[in-house]
Write a protein that binds this ligand. Structure first.
Ligand SMILES: Cc1cc2nc3c(=O)[nH]c(=O)nc-3n(C[C@H](O)[C@H](O)[C@H](O)COP(=O)(O)OP(=O)(O)OC[C@H]3O[C@@H](n4cnc5c(N)ncnc54)[C@H](O)[C@@H]3O)c2cc1C
Length: 392
């Protein structure tokens, strides 16, 4: 075991760090200004411009297989890259990638949906959650009924990331009620690729964060049989795979943000003088810095372990749940302490801390709430799916 980055990993980390410092951090004031004026965080076209700059530096399709034009760097590299890029709140995403489940498409679907998504010509979103079914994904009500060689979709989805901007949605609907009931929701549901012009409507949902998800309405939306993604009645597993993929990624984002925030707090504490001394000399402040540093370090190793385990061809779901749960909570603890260390200034909109504070709260909710991660972790251990100390 070698607990250090390899030379190649260090080089990638350094390149991304330079990209973040040179291209993204200088945009932070503009992003804050835009958001506070109710405009999109980045002006139209700017994200693509940044993505092409990243491409010139070799970062395009970080996890996309080479046959689709990606770099296919693996999960460890992705964790390293995400932790660096999350040191800024500028909402940047690398280009050249697509949802993991789109790779289950047949050749025709790959041509029509996967490749244009990778190339940035089409935007996708994924819709499982409904007003009556969030954590309890097996309780969805949206139906798809066969009519000749089409399916007619009716129902509502909610909190769909990118749902207002997407050209198509991958929506999960019940296709066999009896099978759905007899298998307790595991079967009898199917994933449909539904183009916006097939007739679904979306509406922006205002949240405490800066970018809102959407509610989607399907009213007699007709979808051709060939738009079934994967197998008929087997869409539940695709849904779980889509959700599961992003779990440790939330932990990685939290680590990057928390490192940047903690550095801001350290710098501020050394400068801010009260009662004749910098607050950095007070134990009350030092302990907040120390606790934050310890938690960041712990979360980072959990994220790296989850990523390494997947690269190693092992099932990482247990570790991904732990990295998500711990990372999300660590991020919330750190941003709260950093705000506290900044006193009144931390609460203002002069600094980005309050923005991060609002964003961090989401980490404990989406891609499976804290409670659901705890449920999964405990169930794995109690049922013996995972043994304590199994990985290291
Ligand atoms: C900004 C945002 C973006 C999102 N993006 C997407 C997306 O792109 N696609 C998508 O399909 N969904 C998306 N979601 C939905 C998200 O995954 C759900 O909100 C989340 O899973 C929780 O579901 P819920 O909101 O219905 O809460 P509920 O499931 O109603 O839970 C309410 C509370 O009860 C707790 N709880 C529930 N069940 C149990 C239990 N058995 N034991 C103990 N506690 C329990 C929960 O942890 C929570 O605290 C998004 C949500 C948000 C806020």
């Amino acid at each position: 075991m070698y607990l250090r980055l390899t030379d190649e990993q260090k080089m990638v980390q350094k390149t991304i760090r330079r990209f973040v410092e040179k291209e993204l951090i200088p945009l932070e004031n503009e992003v804050l200004r835009n958001e506070r004026e109710g405009k999109p965080s980045l002006p139209a076209g700017m994200l693509k411009e940044l993505q092409f700059k990243a491409k010139e530096a070799g970062f395009w399709g970080i996890n996309t297989p080479e046959e689709y034009g990606g770099a296919d760097l693996g999960q460890m590299m992705m964790a390293i890259v995400l932790m660096e890029v999350s040191k800024t709140f500028v909402p940047f995403q690398f280009g050249g990638s697509a949802d993991n489940i789109l790779y289950y498409g047949n050749e025709e679907q790959k041509k029509k949906y996967l490749l244009p998504t990778i190339n940035g010509e089409k935007k996708s979103c994924f819709a499982m959650t409904e007003p009556g079914a969030g954590s309890d994904t097996r309780n969805i009500k949206m139906t798809a009924v066969r009519d000749g060689n089409e399916w007619v979709l009716n129902g509502e989805k909610t909190f769909i990331t990118g749902g207002n901007e997407a050209d198509f949605v991958m929506a999960i609907a019940i296709t066999d009620k009896d099978l759905h009931q007899s298998t307790h929701g595991r079967e009898g549901v199917t994933c449909f690729i539904v183009d916006r012009d097939m007739g679904w409507k979306s509406e922006y949902i205002h949240t405490m964060g800066e970018w809102g998800p959407a509610g989607l309405v399907f009213d007699q939306v007709r979808v051709p049989e060939e738009n079934i993604l994967g197998e008929l009645h087997k869409g539940y597993n695709l849904g779980l795979e889509w959700i599961g993929f992003a779990r440790w990624v939330v932990g990685a984002r939290a680590v990057g943000a928390a490192e940047r925030l903690l550095q801001m707090a350290i710098d501020y504490a050394k400068e801010r003088v009260t009662f004749g001394k910098p607050i950095a000399e007070r134990q009350a402040i030092q302990w907040q810095i120390a606790d934050s540093a310890v938690e960041i370090e712990a979360a980072k190793w959990m994220v790296l372990n989850a990523a390494f385990t997947l690269d190693n061809g092992e099932d990482n779901r247990h570790l991904a749940s732990m990295a998500k749960l711990y990372g999300a909570n660590m991020g919330n603890n750190v941003v709260d302490r950093v705000l506290q260390i900044h006193g009144g200034m931390g609460y203002t909109r002069e600094l980005p801390i309050e923005r991060w504070y609002r964003e961090a709260r989401l980490w404990r909710i989406y891609d499976g709430t804290d409670e659901i991660q705890r449920m999964i972790i405990a169930r794995n251990l109690i049922k013996g799916h995972v043994k304590l100390g199994q990985y290291v």
